[in-house]
Ligand binder design. Structure first.
Ligand SMILES: NC(=O)CC[C@H](N)C(=O)O
Length: 365
């Protein structure tokens, strides 16, 4: 039940639709592309996933905050979502491992949110109308004024964001004695992906997204990892050019999500903006090689053009397809040690059906 002394907040969508609710997190105004995630757990991992940079997140799980936050659950060193929309925002948490409540965490991180809105209706609306920009405010409650602000927010279509969230300086992860060296192209990587490599005995050097190929090769890696990240892959000319050069070198390449899209673009396969994307931890995918189903964790709003990919059966093998909508979920470049998936095989949290992909990549190094 809404506390009668609550402070009001407004969520306004680009088409004028609005919802009134209660302010949570920091008081203020925030905007971005609205999207929803259907995961029943893992809110802190979602909030800190750099792929969400520039997006207002609607959590479909009715309870957010009930298990607090922990420094162990982060996917990067800051909250990346532009704002939160949820049903119940709870300060009282129940988990021994937690170190802070969500309200304090959001205040510290400067995250503006709105709670006590009908998230089911918002999700159904986005599902019907498609992705669009939105603004949340707990300080400006005048819709016309908010709409003026919202009109200034750029569309996600064509927006380059990977270089904004990428590490400024290169850094190392793992043990230098580990014999397999992976150069990570950081387009906004999640920490738990890097853990999946170090757990398998790899030493990583994480490079800024726009590092030129020659610089990467100086470290003499055994293979390349193309990370996940925010924004429109088609706007990342620098990455496409670098990956083209990497492919000529013929070293193992593994791409996840944005990395998968960049690999496709480097092979001259176009990407497109999806109607409202895939975000959750129970998306069914068919592995066309093993013929087994995998339940996967996903977070993407762009996809790889299936029609164009199908025309390229001479040099590209489609390895995975989404069982809900038949979209492309994975591919392998024939005659090379390069492959990628649209979903998140590390799935932290989520089903670990697809972690074999890390074993496959490491065995190629
Ligand atoms: N998780 C990701 O890497 C997302 C990739 C890309 N920004 C998309 O939305 O499709």
């Amino acid at each position: 039940m809404v506390n009668p002394t609550y402070e009001k907040a407004i969520l306004l969508l680009e088409d004028g639709t609005f919802y009134e609710g209660k302010a949570c997190g920091k008081k203020g105004t925030t905007s971005g592309e609205i999207c929803f995630n259907t995961g029943m757990t893992g809110y802190q991992e979602i909030f800190t996933d750099p792929s969400y940079y520039g997006q207002v997140l609607v959590a479909t799980n009715a309870h957010i905050g009930n298990y607090g936050t922990s420094t162990k659950d982060i996917e990067s060193n800051r909250v990346q979502i532009a704002g939160l929309v949820c049903k119940n925002f709870t300060n009282d948490y129940s988990r021994q491992a937690a170190d802070l409540d969500l309200q304090q965490y959001f205040e510290d991180e400067g995250v503006v949110g709105i709670s006590d809105v009908d998230t089911r209706s918002i999700v159904r609306y986005i599902r019907d109308k498609g992705a669009m920009n939105a603004i949340i405010s707990s300080v400006v409650l005048d819709k016309d004024e908010l709409m003026k602000e919202l009109k200034k927010v750029p569309s996600m279509d064509g927006l380059e964001l990977a270089s904004v969230v990428s590490t400024k300086e290169p850094y190392f992860v793992g043990t230098p004695d580990d014999e397999k060296r992976i150069a990570v192209l950081d387009y906004g990587t999640k920490v738990k992906i890097l853990d999946c490599f170090t757990e398998r005995g790899c030493y990583l050097k994480v490079f800024n997204a726009i590092t030129p190929f020659e610089e990467l090769e100086k470290w003499n890696p055994d293979g390349y990892f193309l990370s996940n990240g925010p924004g429109d892959p088609a706007a990342m000319d620098y990455a496409i050019e670098t990956v083209k050069k990497i492919l000529e070198k013929d070293k193992p390449v593994f791409g996840i999500c944005l990395g998968h899209q960049i690999l496709a673009l480097a092979m001259d396969i176009p990407t497109y903006k999806m109607h409202h994307g895939h975000r959750g931890i129970n998306h069914p995918v068919l592995n066309l090689i093993s013929t087994k189903g995998e339940i996967t964790s996903q977070n993407h709003g762009f996809g790889v053009n299936a029609e164009e990919l199908e025309k390229r059966s001479d040099d590209i093998l489609i390895t995975h397809k989404n069982l809900n909508d038949n979209t492309i979920e994975g591919m392998k470049i024939k005659g090379k040690k390069a492959f990628s998936v649209q979903y998140h095989p590390e799935a932290a949290p989520g089903p670990h059906d697809s972690r074999y992909l890390f074993d496959e990549f490491v065995s190629l190094l």
